[in-house]
Ligand binder design. Structure first.
Ligand code: SF4
Length: 196
């Protein structure tokens, strides 16, 4: 019988790798509660006003890690709320993040930010199986680019008003974007705005 790996089953020698721009062990801005946030390196969208332009270059200064190494960091935080994938552009590393999601579910709920709109991801998924794999493994998708003209500081967990907070299983089932009704994400009144 093979020796179990320290990471709990995944074999580091054969795992895909993730180019990591950063890791926040107790973020409060990228979803409800204290969440671990995995920032990936590389983004093709280049939104004017982006707060993380250092994450744009795909050949930028990134730590290269396996999904099981990140899972171990997340478990070590002893937080049991959720994990958010952010960027950079998570769907540019969709297969490796889908592997990470497999290691995290069902213990953690998983949210993902993307500069693509959901409809574009569905189209992309026809050519790129990894995009479909990642969509099938996340609970919440905050979609769309940051649009400076629609910036609004009172929005919950979003930078600009064009972005949506989607229930991914419901959206996949409908084949169309479905907003989440989870009050933790959109508030008790469903407005997805912070109280003034
Ligand atoms: S998608 Fe996100 S990380 Fe990429 S440029 Fe836009 S705001 Fe920045």
């Amino acid at each position: 019988m093979a020796e179990p790996t320290p990471s709990g089953g995944a074999d580091p020698a054969t795992e895909r790798t993730i180019r990591l721009a950063g890791f926040d062990r107790d973020g409060i801005a990228d979803g409800p509660g204290l969440r671990c946030v995995v920032f990936v390196q590389g983004c093709p969208h280049h939104c004017p006003g982006c707060q993380n332009p250092q994450t744009w270059p795909f050949d930028g200064d990134a730590e290269v890690v396996t999904p099981s190494q990140i899972r171990d960091r997340i478990v070590a935080t002893e937080l049991d709320t959720g994990v958010t994938f952010s960027g950079g552009e998570p769907f540019a590393q969709a297969d490796a993040l889908a592997d990470l999601a497999d290691l995290l579910r069902p213990r953690y709920d998983i949210a993902c930010y993307t500069g693509y709109v959901f409809e574009a991801l569905l189209k992309k998924a026809e050519e790129e199986p990894g995009v479909r794999r990642l969509l099938e493994r996340i609970d919440i998708l905050v979609d769309g680019p940051f649009v400076q003209a629609r910036r609004d500081r009172l929005l919950l967990f979003r930078g600009s008003g064009n972005q949506r907070i989607l229930d991914v299983p419901a959206s996949l089932a409908a084949g169309a974007a479905v907003w989440t009704k989870d009050p933790a994400w959109v508030g008790e009144d469903g407005s997805a705005r912070a109280e003034i």
